[in-house]
Write a new protein. Structure first.
Length: 657
């Protein structure tokens, strides 16, 4: 096989192709440092992406029988036709089909002809006419350059002044400035059948918080929770399939990878643009989600041979995130040739920076949080002068189904949009308790939070202190983000006759949902620590029989609630290290050992009850994100002398050193 291109996208493609048992050799033209050091199947060839004569000669000489172009330029210039003439199939569209990316004007008119949802638009080639139109509209606009722009030709101004500046940059200065976020779906197509990869979200702006100039992409994550199953079907049936059918009916069938940039609006999904190839950095997050038994080479060949429906494509149930490391100054003027230091790099040579976007670091995990952490752990292993990267990749995630504004007394929540088919609602309410005394004494008010599907807060005080209230709400929001929960409303009450000055009370109301066929909810795993993301993989695999969140009531009151009446538990208190703070409380507060275990969690925030044969798998999953211990066993209550719980070794571990 031959892959054409030199970016992180081409490295990711070569990496996945090399896993195929059908592939003997992968030539990357011209390739990069990553493909040069990739596994033995991959090697670089020093030929430019638009040098079709040399590329075709090399392919014939080296028995290449499938070509995969990466960037858009050779596709628009006709690389598919060049290889078609010598009888070598190409995973990529014809130059006629590539016009969907090569001309934004053509693409917009195509969408209009085929009733594909897109924003209202006007095309201009005259700067003054474009200014007059912009001056006449009363809404914000998206401005796009018609030609190829390396991923930087979409601008989303936030006001009229920015819009006029953007217009001038495109039509007069002929440069590209800032752009907004896009939701991307990559679709395999053989001209008839389509198969979508999980939706991804790119981060276009250069700086944290989606600030700064537009770039080719500073990072990406996948799948994004913005797309619900219902919306995914709607996009496929109303946008993607009609696009492929329309291109075929107009005489230029699309074969290859269709990249569709979407904006999700209140009135539904709208197409921003089409690209006719793998996106970058989207490729780096979608390909790692293909299962080990999904053969990318077979998929590409099936597309080229118009038989995509003959292959199976499976997606892993996990997440991927990539962080792009750039040279300082990108996307404007940046330095090249700076030596890169990478942990475990071979000692027989140097790697130096060559472009603006230097490296893409991808992490894969059971949760999005885990995937992002792994990506940033990889970033920490890399150093070079003027190295730069965004530190907030995947910050835009929100709970699907939420439809509200913060500050209201209540809100709407769409269970169907959240992905539930036949749900049972589960609700809970709780106060924060004695921790409030510590919060008020220490003037720390932002460490209290709560959990999925949605959450409402109740905040009561003597007199409202804006700064304190702001800190409390920030803590609640942080907890909601961690647990994937929507904060949809709440109540704030001033009651000077009830509370002393400086005092406040805080309660939370959480509602979760579970499919009717599953008795164990994935929600309501609230404060001290939120365990939702760690436990979801176990719950989905059916590895957890029951669980007890050790909050007020400690071991003695909480664990018995999680088991049938005829069973009891024996806890070995020496199986984990009880934090010193609890020993200090016992000593200085004169708290008896049994009362300590009745009131506090003593270092164990969540107790899971599992089958003995599943312990190794459970430990393997949980150890990636937290400490985990085997602390006891479930026995019959009869064998435990009728007691619900026995904690062994209490007096030994509470020796106050």
């Amino acid at each position: 096989m031959s892959t054409v291109g030199s970016g992180g996208r081409e490295h990711a493609i070569a990496w996945k192709l090399a896993q195929s048992s059908r592939v003997e050799r992968i030539y990357v033209a011209p390739g990069n440092g990553g493909t040069e050091t990739e596994m033995h199947k991959v090697c670089n060839v020093n030929i430019g992406v638009s040098d079709f004569e040399k590329l075709t000669q090399f392919a014939l000489k080296n028995n290449v029988n499938l070509v995969v172009p990466g960037p858009e330029q050779p596709l628009v210039e006709g690389i598919e036709m060049a290889f078609k003439k010598i009888g070598i199939p190409c995973f990529g569209p014809s130059p006629k089909a590539s016009i969907m990316e090569g001309s934004k004007t053509f693409a917009k008119n195509f969408m209009k002809r085929h009733n594909i949802p897109t924003a209202a638009y006007e095309n201009f080639s005259d700067y003054e006419q474009a200014k007059d139109y912009l001056n006449s509209v009363s809404y914000n606009v998206v401005i796009k350059a018609s030609g190829l722009a390396g991923g930087k030709g979409v601008l989303i101004p936030t006001n009229k002044e920015e819009a006029f500046n953007a217009l001038k940059e495109i039509m007069v200065d002929q440069v590209f400035g800032s752009a907004g976020q896009e939701l991307s779906i990559l679709t395999f197509s053989d001209g008839y059948t389509i198969v979508n990869l999980p939706p991804a979200q790119d981060h276009k702006r250069a700086f944290d918080g989606d600030q700064g100039p537009n770039t080719g992409g500073m990072g990406c994550y996948c799948p994004t929770p913005i797309i619900t199953p219902e919306l995914n079907d709607r996009i496929k049936n109303m946008i993607l399939q009609p696009t492929i059918d329309g291109m075929r009916h107009e005489g230029f069938p699309f074969v290859g990878m269709l990249f569709t940039g979407l904006m999700i609006t209140d009135s539904g999904p709208k197409v921003l643009e089409y690209n006719v190839r793998f996106g970058d950095p989207e490729t780096e997050v979608v390909l790692p989600l293909l299962s080990e038994d999904t053969d990318l080479a077979e998929i590409m060949l099936a597309c080229a041979e118009r038989r995509l429906d003959s292959v199976k494509i499976k997606i892993k149930q996990c997440y991927a995130a990539t962080v792009v490391i750039t040279s300082g100054g990108y996307p404007k003027n940046y330095l090249k040739g700076k030596e890169i230091s990478i942990a475990d790099i071979p000692s027989d040579g140097k790697v130096v920076t060559s472009g603006g976007r230097v490296l893409s670091i991808t992490g894969v995990g059971n949760t999005l949080k885990e995937a992002v952490k792994k990506a940033y752990d990889g970033v920490k292993a890399i150093q070079f002068e003027k190295m730069f990267y965004r530190k907030d990749i995947a910050h835009r995630t929100q709970r699907s189904g939420s439809n509200c504004e913060i500050g209201g007394f209540g809100g709407l929540f769409d269970l169907k949009a959240a992905g539930f088919n036949d749900p049972i609602l589960v609700s809970t309410t709780d106060g924060v308790g004695t921790k409030l005394k510590i919060s008020q004494a220490m003037n720390i008010h932002n460490t209290i939070g709560a959990e999925p599907l949605f959450f409402l807060d109740y905040y009561a005080c003597s007199k409202l202190n804006v700064d304190v209230t702001k800190n409390v709400i920030e803590g609640i929001v942080k907890g909601c983000i961690i647990s994937g929960c929507a904060l949809i409303g709440g109540e704030t009450a001033e009651m000077p006759g009830i509370y002393n000055e400086g005092e406040y009370d805080l309660a939370g109301f959480a509602v979760g949902a579970v499919e009717r066929g599953k008795l164990l909810p994935q929600s309501l795993l609230t404060p001290t620590k939120i365990y939702v993301n760690q436990l979801k993989p176990l719950i989905k695999k059916g590895l957890v029989k029951s669980m007890a969140h050790i909050t007020g009531g400690g071991f003695i009151d909480n664990i018995p609630r999680a088991i049938p009446e005829h069973l009891s538990v024996i806890i070995d208190s020496k199986s984990w290290e009880i934090p010193h703070v609890f020993k200090w409380l016992a000593r200085n507060g004169n708290v008896p050992s049994d009362e300590l275990f009745r009131t506090f969690n003593c270092g164990i925030g969540m107790v899971l009850i599992i089958s003995p044969e599943d312990i190794n798998e459970v430990f393997k999953i949980l150890k990636e994100s937290d400490n985990v211990y085997k602390i006891g066993q479930v026995v019959t209550k009869e064998s435990n002398n009728g007691k619900e719980i026995i904690i062994e070794g209490i007096n030994e571990i509470l020796i106050y050193d």
